[in-house]
Structure formats: C-alpha cells, structure tokens
Design a protein around this ligand. Structure first.
Ligand code: ITT
Length: 238
C-alpha cells in the first residue's frame, strides 16, 4: 500500500484469487481492500438479476448496506449471439446447479451444433456502492468466437472454447498477462484504476453527505434491493 489507508472497502466475494487481484491492482491507492471472509458470517446475496449490471449492483449495495462501509462487486459471463445472449448471467450454472466448467462447455457446444454464427463476448460489470445506495459502474467487453473443440490448458470457465482472433488462439492457450490486457475483466479494471482518484473523492463526498445508516439486518430473509437501484449513478462525475 502506498500510504496510510484512508478508507476500508470490502470486496463482495469469497474468491481469494479475485481478492488478491483487486488488492494488487489498487495497491498504490490509500485504501484497504478486504474480502467478505474478513467479516465473519454474512448472508449470501441471491444473484437473480437479469443483467450483469443488476447482479453487480445488488451484491455491492447489499454488502455496503449490511456492513456500513463502501463495497465493490463484479459480475461477468459469456453472451453468445446465436443463443440470444445465453448463458449470460447464468454462465456459472449453465448446465445445472453443481455444473463443472467442462459440463458448461459441453452444453454450450451442444446448443451451438449446426449453427454457423459463432460470435460471442465475455462481459464484466464492476459496481462500487456506498451504504446509502448510490453506486458507480465500470464495464468491459471482449469479443471472440466459440470454436467446436476445447483448446488449451490455461484459464478457467469457457476459456478453452473462446477463440480470440487477434491472438489467433483461445483464451486457454493465452497466458494470463496476455489475456488480462484484452479481457472483459481486464478492461473494466483498467478503467476503474484510471479513475480511482475520482472514485475515492466521490466515495468521500457520498459518505460525508449522508450519515451512514446503521447496518441493516432486517431484510436478510428477502434481500431484494432492486428498488434502491433508482439512485444508481453511472461513472464518477466529480
Ligand atoms: P463470485 O463468487 O465472485 O461471484 P464467480 O465464480 O461467480 O465469482 P463471475 O461471476 O465473475 O465468477 O463469472 C461467472 C461465470 O462466467 C464463471 O463461472 C465462468 O463460467 C464465466 N466467466 C467469467 N469470466 C470468465 C473468463 O475470464 N473466462 C472464462 N469464463 C469466464
């Protein structure tokens, strides 16, 4: 960390790899990034939004509200043109609740059998919310094609069938650094880092304006926060 942290921000995930990635990328800013695991038991957010934006916002705003501090969340997945955007927000569980990456790939290839349009894109949305509701949104998109046979050992998820024409190979054949420069998540993160000084100023302003509400535990049974989305603000305007 470059200087004494001015703010603690919680990353709404229990994925250690994701947490390290955010900590590394924001290490030169005066913030301390913590994961949900640093806060003990917190109810799971139901990711039932219709878009990546819905889910990222829901995770970020729910976590910020429950813990009473700013929160960052991301959501991402694969959208396939010939399947009208499927698997989309269902990417992780496309072939069923406990589906493996291989199960999901097999289902995708089956659905695409005989289809000539193989266009697809990975999409990612990062949302940064304060406990009172408003959030900033960063988005990234990466276009490619779905090939017929998995290729490569690296990456995860749909990487072995996601062919990136500029590389002339799949994401599973590319190394991680190469992938991160062009990937959906890489682009959204790069934009976030570029604007992070503004993001920090925005967070401070929002936290000073609104006396943070007490952590709200009343809606754990029915955590539908969709109505609070009316106050969502796109991008930092400081
Ligand atoms: P959280 O616990 O933090 O929500 P997650 O595993 O659900 O993490 P995401 O929401 O970011 O991860 O992604 C959902 C699914 O989309 C993921 O399980 C993959 O199947 C697919 N996916 C996302 N990014 C990908 C990438 O870079 N390469 C391949 N598949 C990807």
């Amino acid at each position: 960390m470059a200087s004494k942290p001015e703010m603690i921000i919680v990353l709404a995930t229990r994925n250690k790899g994701k947490t390290r990635e955010f900590q590394e990328i924001l290490k030169n800013f005066p913030v301390e990034i913590r994961s949900l695991d640093d806060f003990g038991p917190i109810p799971e957010v139901v990711e039932d939004g219709k878009t990546f934006d819905d889910n990222a916002y829901k995770k970020a705003s729910f976590t910020a509200k429950v813990l009473g501090i700013p929160a960052i969340a991301d959501d991402s997945g694969l959208v396939v043109e010939a399947l009208n955007g499927v698997p989309g927000v269902h990417s992780a569980r496309y072939a069923g609740q406990n589906a493996t990456d291989q199960d999901n790939i097999n289902k995708l290839l089956k659905e695409l059998e005989g289809k000539t349009n193989r266009k697809a894109a990975f999409e990612c949305v990062i949302s940064i919310a304060v406990p009172s509701g408003p959030a900033l949104t960063y988005e990234g998109r990466c276009e490619g094609e779905i090939i017929n046979e998995p290729r490569g050992e690296g990456g995860f998820g749909y990487d072995p069938v996601f062919y990136y024409p500029e590389f002339g190979k799949t994401f599973a054949e590319a190394d991680l650094q190469e992938k991160n420069k062009v990937s959906h998540r890489g682009k959204a993160l790069a934009e976030l880092v570029d604007e992070f000084d503004k993001v920090l100023a925005w967070l401070k302003q929002r936290l000073a304006e609104v006396k943070p509400p007490k952590p709200d535990h009343s809606q754990f049974e029915n955590n539908d926060w969709s109505e609070s989305k009316t106050v969502q603000i796109k991008k930092a305007a400081v």
